[in-house]
Ligand binder design. Structure first.
Ligand SMILES: Cc1cc2nc3c(=O)[nH]c(=O)nc-3n(C[C@H](O)[C@H](O)[C@H](O)COP(=O)(O)OP(=O)(O)OC[C@H]3O[C@@H](n4cnc5c(N)ncnc54)[C@H](O)[C@@H]3O)c2cc1C
Ligand code: SF4
Length: 502
């Protein structure tokens, strides 16, 4: 027998989890579908070997790259989605990111909404995700009120680095971080296993803890774990989704609702729409624009480490500093370069995954004298950078990075900064085209159905009762971490749904 609800939400990450929380106080009967399970609290949560060597929490499936080679995507399926593993750096986009911006490789397109439209939702999202920060220090900061919580103080070595960065004429600022109850009983202990790890004490602000668990306390919200949405089934006209076909622990079931909100992550949401093709939608659901799966972006990201043989680094929680001086323009170019953030400490096991034949002890000696940074630039939307699904339903990720000149310039800038800080050796590493952590842009939102898949409230132009609220709506990737913007837009869409649909 078909089961009926008022709303079905598919996915429990930054978009779906936030949406479930925002709608849970309505009277609607909500079914939340999640293909994974709850991630258990266990010692392996904080074990670098389990996380980096055995990939214990990684999605088990393989995707194919542009040459048809299989690879394990850097993504996670479970309650909370990728937010369980994020570094919890929770940035607002810069005000200018909502406008068209000229880059070395072309134009980063304007969004259909401006910063002021999203600002109240950023504020709500920051409260929901317990964001800590310092207002007024970041030269690129958009207009805003105070952060809900004060910034995490820099540990001594990082505080000294911040002073030296200022002496270089730079404007370092505090990274905005979603961490709960820092220093309190049962709160965040500022450990060195945060980014890429699950928080063993549930003190990281992520969608499972902050949104899904509170939402399912309500009697109107039902969560099915191990429940994968296989296809969206439409009515004979193809204008409305009637039901979702779900693989629930191996059994295929059909669930119905007058409103369906997809939030499977930018790659999987596009794949779900492509797999849901029908006679009325032969190229995939909601794809009259031909853009479903296209314009995939993921940022250009390079990890950099400054090393000094006689300068041991005792910092435990290192991820507190941002350098945004090159966000809008470089020293030698008028074009934007991107953002620099201090990173969590590199673990020897993680370093060993890059060059496995170097003994672990050598890496331990190395990483204990290193300071770690992430250098991140915007990549631009291109129709040819896309997700496709083959006859067997497998995901192909066809992606050629662009804006590389800007990124190389930012990496060179960081090298100069690290040299001036006195580091003897600088190493760098990038996952390149297979870096799927900041995936976005595959179902772009906009005003014109010919040039976008979703409208400005993330409803598909073609299918009237279908919304998508994960990172796929991004028309541009900007150069800050995407999570808070996904959550803010989910809150905005939830308000719109409450006002118009419930
Ligand atoms: C290691 C790591 C560190 C990161 N650090 C940061 C950071 O510091 N700051 C930041 O802003 N961002 C960070 N990110 C990125 C951030 O996590 C993502 O941008 C964000 O989680 C995306 O939210 P989403 O809702 O689009 O998708 P996700 O969070 O990926 O959620 C998608 C959900 O849908 C589920 N799902 C997928 N397909 C189906 C299906 N067919 N049926 C049912 N369920 C399905 C998945 O299991 C998952 O729960 C990081 C990511 C990673 C991996
Ligand atoms: S204790 Fe704090 S720093 Fe450590 S994983 Fe949890 S939230 Fe992150």
């Amino acid at each position: 027998m078909n089961q009926r609800f008022d709303i079905i939400i598919i996915g429990t990450g930054a978009g779906g989890g936030t949406m479930a929380h925002a709608l849970s106080d309505s009277s609607a009967r909500i079914l939340v579908l999640e293909r994974g399970d709850f991630v258990p609290q266990e010692d392996e949560n904080w074990d670098p070997e389990a996380v980096w060597k055995h990939l214990r929490y990684r999605a088990k499936e393989q995707w194919l790259d542009e040459r048809g080679r299989e690879f394990t995507p850097y993504t996670h399926y479970g309650v909370g989605g990728n937010t369980k593993f994020w570094g919890s750096v929770l940035y607002r986009l810069r005000r200018e990111d909502f406008e068209a911006v000229r880059h070395i490789d072309g134009i980063s397109p304007a969004w259909p909404i401006d910063y002021e439209t999203l600002e109240p939702y950023y504020e709500r999202a920051e409260r929901l995700y317990h964001v800590r920060g310092e207002e007024g220090a970041d030269p690129t900061e958009p207009p805003r009120g105070p952060f809900p919580y004060a910034a995490v103080p820099h540990q001594p070595e990082m505080a000294a680095i911040v002073q030296k960065l200022r002496a270089q004429g730079l404007h370092p600022s505090a990274l905005p971080l979603g961490l709960m109850r820092v220093g309190e009983d049962d709160g965040c202990i500022l450990c060195n296993t945060c980014n890429s790890f699950v928080c063993k004490v549930d003190a990281k602000s992520e969608a499972d803890v902050c949104c899904v668990r509170p939402a399912i306390q309500r009697p109107n919200v039902t969560l099915w774990t191990n429940a994968t949405a296989k296809r969206l089934l439409t009515d004979p006209c193809g204008r409305r989704v009637q039901a979702v076909e779900v693989d629930r622990g191996g059994e295929v079931v059909r669930v119905e609702a007058p409103l369906v909100i997809v939030s499977c992550g930018a790659v999987n949401s596009a794949a779900l729409l492509l797999r849901s093709k029908t006679d009325k939608h032969p190229n995939g659901l909601a794809n009259s624009s031909g853009l479903v799966g296209r314009r995939y972006m993921a940022h250009l990201a390079t990890m950099m480490q400054g090393f000094h043989p006689f300068r041991p680094n005792s910092t435990v929680f290192q991820k507190t500093v941002a350098i945004n001086d090159f966000y809008f323009r470089g020293r030698r170019t008028e074009y934007p370069l991107g953002q620099i953030q201090s990173q969590g400490r590199t673990h020897a096991v993680m370093a060993q995954t890059v060059v496995p034949w170097v003994p672990l002890r050598a890496y331990e000696a190395w990483v204990s004298r290193g300071v770690d940074w992430l250098v991140m630039s915007e990549d631009l939307p291109r129709d040819d950078n896309r997700i496709t699904v083959d006859d067997k339903g497998r995901i192909h990720l066809l992606y050629k990075p662009n804006n590389l000149v800007a990124h190389r310039e930012l990496v060179a800038e960081m090298k100069r900064i690290l040299r001036r800080l006195g580091y003897w050796l600088i190493v760098k590493h990038s996952h390149g085209a297979r870096n799927t952590t900041h995936q976005c842009g595959t179902l772009v939102f906009g005003a014109d159905p010919k040039t976008s898949v979703l409208d400005s409230f993330c409803r598909t132009h073609d299918v009237e009762n279908l919304f998508v609220v994960d990172a796929s709506f991004f028309p541009s990737s900007a150069a800050v971490n995407p999570g808070l913007t996904i959550a803010a837009q989910a809150l905005r869409v939830a308000d719109h749904i409450k006002a118009t649909e419930l």
